[in-house]
Ligand binder design. Structure first.
Ligand code: CP
Length: 316
């Protein structure tokens, strides 16, 4: 299998590559459970983390993954850099590349920024979230968490709930889940669903406008953050009304009288899309998602930075 040095999104990532990343991540999960959770695999490689948007989970887990693989890492945030003086993305990255780097991990508020970068530089480019477009490593860690829980993804019924319109997590999850054979649904108010949704994602994605119907159908509800910072006003009457119609809490889940698990990419608006009693409950896989984020990012970096396929093929 030929592995691209870039990971720009899951829309263009073949199923076999997703399978390989998940298998490799299982190997690194075992590495992370060792007393010394570190391997020399990427010694001599230099990775730059370019964050033009805020992040807690993605940024820390990429940094940890790089350190666990023994890569040299440099962290860049737009605040405090020459971007604040007006330097362009292209100039910023070409100057960084001139210092001899192998891979760039980028989070940017503009959809398509990682794709532009991949045309401008020789280094590999890993998308850590671009605007409303894709967040491939989040979807990969979600897939890993579901495979750990259910054993297989084929025919698993997963509903993404809430702010689909503004969600790169939803887009990457839909692409990834469909490629892996899961059955996918979305549940959102009409104002938070893209107008061309069926054209973009296919007629086979179920659309629910009622959260209780979604709960009856699904084995997994992946609840999305309401991205208030990306919204113009008037998409729903109030946060209270949104919580009443689309929010999930323990009482609502238990009323469905069935087994279901709850996921959330974080950060959570507690009491809006998800109540604290449910987020911290036995139904929740949220902390497992965060834990798996390090192993998945190790696998992506390992495969994209030229790691041979020995680990993925069963070697050690
Ligand atoms: N899930 C996610 O992308 O979280 P951060 O914004 O904290 O990285």
């Amino acid at each position: 299998m030929v592995i691209s040095k870039h990971l720009l999104g899951l829309a263009n990532t073949p199923r076999e590559e997703i399978t390989l990343i998940l298998k490799t991540a299982q190997y690194f999960k075992e590495v992370l459970s060792r007393p010394i959770p570190k391997v020399p695999t990427l010694r001599g490689k230099t990775i730059v983390n370019l964050f033009f948007e805020n992040s807690t989970r993605t940024r820390i887990s990429f940094e940890l993954a790089e350190k666990r693989l023994s890569a040299d890492t440099v962290n860049f945030s737009a605040m405090g850099s020459s971007v604040a003086k007006g330097e362009s993305l292209r100039d910023t990255v070409r100057n960084i590349e001139a210092m001899k780097i192998d891979t760039v991990v980028i989070r940017h508020h503009a959809a398509g920024a990682p794709h532009l970068l991949a045309n401008w530089v020789e280094a590999g480019v890993i998308n850590a979230g671009d605007g409303q477009h894709e967040h491939p490593t989040q979807a990969l860690l979600d897939l890993m968490t579901l495979r750990d829980k259910f054993g297989a993804l084929e025919n698993l019924k997963v509903v993404l709930v809430g702010d689909i319109q503004h969600s790169r997590v939803a887009r990457s999850n839909i692409h990834g889940l469909k490629k892996m054979g899961a059955k996918v649904g979305v549940c959102a108010p009409a104002t938070l669903l893209p107008r061309d949704f069926k054209e973009a994602f296919g007629e086979d994605v179920h659309v629910f406008s009622n959260i209780d119907d979604a709960l009856r159908w699904a084995q997994v509800l992946n609840v999305l953050r309401l991205q208030l910072e990306r919204m113009r006003s008037g998409l729903f009457p109030s946060l209270r009304e949104y919580a009443a119609c689309f929010g999930l809490d323990r009482a609502r889940v238990e009323a469905a009288k069935k087994e279901v698990v709850i996921m959330h990419p974080g950060p959570i608006n507690r009491g809006v899309e998800l109540s604290s009693d449910l987020a911290d409950s036995e139904y929740s896989l949220i902390i497992d998602q965060v834990t798996n984020g390090v192993a998945v990012r190790m696998a992506v970096l390992y495969l994209k930075c030229g790691g041979d396929l020995e680990i993925a093929n069963g070697g050690s």
